[in-house]
Ligand binder design. Structure first.
Ligand code: OMP
Length: 221
């Protein structure tokens, strides 16, 4: 499947499920955004399949090989489980043994114990799967867990790169994370892809709010 076709399929699904909404939203970073992407809306078999097909295509297109797909709790759990299945279905036998794992929010001291469920991370090449990157704060926790478990993070994939700057720099969060951990940060789509796909459907007022937001939070270079 071409890049454009998996991106467009994912965007159509984001609109159909109402995961992508325009309005006025306060983000985790405190920014007031004219749009919001809510991954929780991909909550049916069909939509989750479409979403994880997008992730799988982005990963396969990168050609990067790894041992374990790690989805940080809670939102990353179904993403890792379904995407690892999609990788096998779409990418073939070379993905057959890729594992998936997620962390427990609270450590268990009975039963099998530990804080990781799924394939152990120790000594493995780990790819992180998450939903959205805005200022790049949330993803740090996942890198921390992998380090603690003695795995090596070798990349990260998100559904949406909002293309915004970090809280304290003028470089994009995805670039900052990529430089900080020396790993590629892939995405199914970025904000430019959203605007390009929807430009005929957005009102003049929405486009103005988007332009305003861009001036405030996008890297200026
Ligand atoms: P940062 O930590 O600023 O990168 O924000 C990323 C997190 O914000 C995501 O993991 C989501 O929990 C949440 N978020 C969304 O889910 N969708 C958005 O469109 C924007 C955000 C956000 O709050 O920035």
């Amino acid at each position: 499947m071409s890049n454009q076709s998996y991106k467009n399929k994912f965007l159509d699904s984001a609109l159909e499920t109402k995961a992508l909404k325009f309005g006025s939203f306060t983000l985790k970073s405190g920014r007031k955004s004219p749009y919001f992407f809510n991954m929780g809306q991909f909550s049916t078999g069909k939509s989750l399949d479409q979403l994880c097909t997008g992730y799988a295509h982005a990963i396969i297109a990168s050609g990067i090989k790894f041992d374990v797909l790690f989805g940080p709790a809670y939102k990353g759990i179904p993403l890792a489980a379904v995407t690892v299945t999609k990788l096998y279905q779409l990418g073939g036998p070379e993905y057959a043994d890729v594992g998936y794992a997620f962390n427990r929010k609270e450590k268990k001291d009975h039963g099998e114990g530990g804080s990781i469920v799924g394939t152990p991370l120790k000594g493995k090449k780990i790819f992180i799967i998450d939903d959205v990157m805005t200022a790049g704060t949330a993803i740090n926790e996942a890198f921390g867990i992998i380090k603690e478990e003695e795995g090596t993070a070798i990349g990260c994939v998100i559904a949406l790169d909002r293309q915004e700057t970090t809280k304290d720099s003028n470089i994009s969060a995805t670039k900052a994370v990529s430089e900080k951990y020396s790993v590629p940060v892939l995405s199914i789509v970025n904000f430019d892809d959203i605007v390009e796909r929807l430009k005929d459907k957005l009102t003049a007022e929405q486009l103005e709010a988007i332009a305003d937001y861009r001036r405030k939070y996008f890297p200026s270079t």
